[in-house]
Design a protein around this ligand. Structure first.
Ligand SMILES: [Zn+2]
Ligand SMILES: [Zn+2]
Length: 406
């Protein structure tokens, strides 16, 4: 522990110290003005050394921090560790927002004396409170990806906790038609319940998200979640292969959860199944997931209005030889840009079920609109099955049977 007192052989530095000592600072605040000098010591120790060197006593009340480091700091650390006591975490970080008064005083000093070797007050508060909370709570201070960040807001005179979300990844199957992937909140009432949504606040009674999240919300004490997946099937389509997804549990109180058990609980559902649940790192996983471009194979049972012309039906094989041009489907064009895209059909085979019904098996590039490929969307998708065989589509029952993730 050594402070380079030799810097005061330089008259300029000596004058600076003399003047600083007149500012009425506590040892911490004095030491911090030289915070980048000397190793292995606290600012308080720096301050003590400097004051001893200059033969001056410490001021009663610090004009910069208002004696935060002498009095309030222990109470703040106590309050934080109490507040953290209600949740499960391993690592934490402290953040702070100085009051306007403190910020002004700090700026004033910096203008007068320059900022060489100075450490900002925020940094010292965060570190010193952190040390105390480490001791009180027996947890680790961590700058990298802490489970929870306690913010000391001196402007508003409050303590806030920012809790890192818990991300759980896995795969899901949707075994029934008629439920959306994520919660579909009623736009008319924003979820409060109205005539439009028959008082439910949402347009469908349940969703893949709600079925998957329910036991996890309960186990973690999180109030809500965000659901992301590698693409999505239509509401009326089933998904019979495991589709990768990530559930972000927001503000969890618990992090150590038995995912095997929770998986079983989700899988009591007859509508949705999940597998391979595991805690995943963070938002990066969600980004990758959303960027995943996987081919999909579909089974589509299609009922036509009239008897199917089997000779013409053979012509659909040419779909693999040319790009499919798709203008944004009419059913979604109200919420998406009206563009034209090219997508590939990798393979297409079929089986005739009866004279008006055909089962198609189609592998398409990511983003291919399958229904539109079949019924044509009033000519907005070309080529399309309906046009090629000169028939009208009455009903399509669609299943995703394979998601070609690598
Ligand atoms: Zn002070
Ligand atoms: Zn509503």
């Amino acid at each position: 522990m050594k402070f380079p007192l030799e810097i005061f052989e330089d008259q300029k530095n000596k004058d600076k110290l003399e003047e600083l000592l007149k500012e009425g600072l506590c040892d911490n605040c004095l030491g911090r003005q030289f915070g980048m000098l000397g190793h292995g010591m606290t600012n308080k120790e720096r301050g003590e050394i400097l004051r001893e060197f200059a033969g001056k006593k410490e001021s009663e009340t610090c004009k910069l921090c208002g004696n935060f480091f002498k009095g309030q700091i222990d109470k703040v650390a106590n309050d934080i560790s109490k507040k953290l006591g209600g949740m499960e975490y391993e690592t934490f970080l402290i953040g702070s927002i100085p009051s306007d008064e403190v910020a002004r005083k700090q700026d004033e000093l910096w203008e007068k004396f320059g900022i060489d070797n100075v450490e900002p007050i925020k940094a010292e508060i965060n570190r010193e409170v952190g040390k105390r909370v480490e001791k009180l709570a027996g947890k680790s201070f961590s700058l990298k990806n802490p489970d929870v960040t306690a913010v000391i807001d001196m402007k508003k005179n409050e303590l806030r906790l920012m809790v890192r979300s818990l991300f759980v990844g896995g795969g899901y199957k949707k075994l029934v038609r008629g439920i959306p992937q994520s919660k579909w909140v009623c736009l008319k009432c924003g979820g409060k319940g109205c005539v439009n949504c028959e008082g439910m606040g949402q347009l469908y009674p349940t969703s893949v998200q709600e079925i998957a999240e329910k036991p996890l919300l309960k186990a973690t004490g999180a109030k809500k979640s965000k659901f992301s997946a590698a693409g999505r099937e239509d509401i009326d389509a089933r998904c019979l292969d495991w589709r990768p997804f990530v559930l972000e549990l927001i503000r969890p109180l618990k992090r150590k959860i038995d995912l095997k058990k929770l998986e079983k609980q989700v899988n009591k559902s007859k509508k949705v199944q999940v597998k391979g649940l595991k805690v995943v790192a963070d938002k990066g996983v969600v980004r990758n997931l959303k960027a995943t471009k996987a081919d999909k194979t579909y089974l589509a049972e299609v009922k036509f209005a009239n008897k199917v012309d089997l000779k013409k039906l053979k012509e659909i094989r040419k779909f693999t030889k040319e790009p499919i041009l798709q203008k944004t489907p009419i059913r979604v064009v109200h919420r998406r840009a009206d563009i034209c895209r090219k997508r590939a059909v990798r393979s297409i085979t079929y089986q005739v079920v009866d004279d008006k019904t055909v089962m198609f098996k189609i592998r398409g590039e990511s983003g291919l609109y399958i229904k539109e490929l079949i019924y044509g969307d009033e000519g907005r998708t070309t080529p399309n099955v309906a046009a090629v065989i000169g028939n009208k589509v009455k009903k399509i029952s669609l299943d995703v049977i394979k998601i070609w993730t690598k």
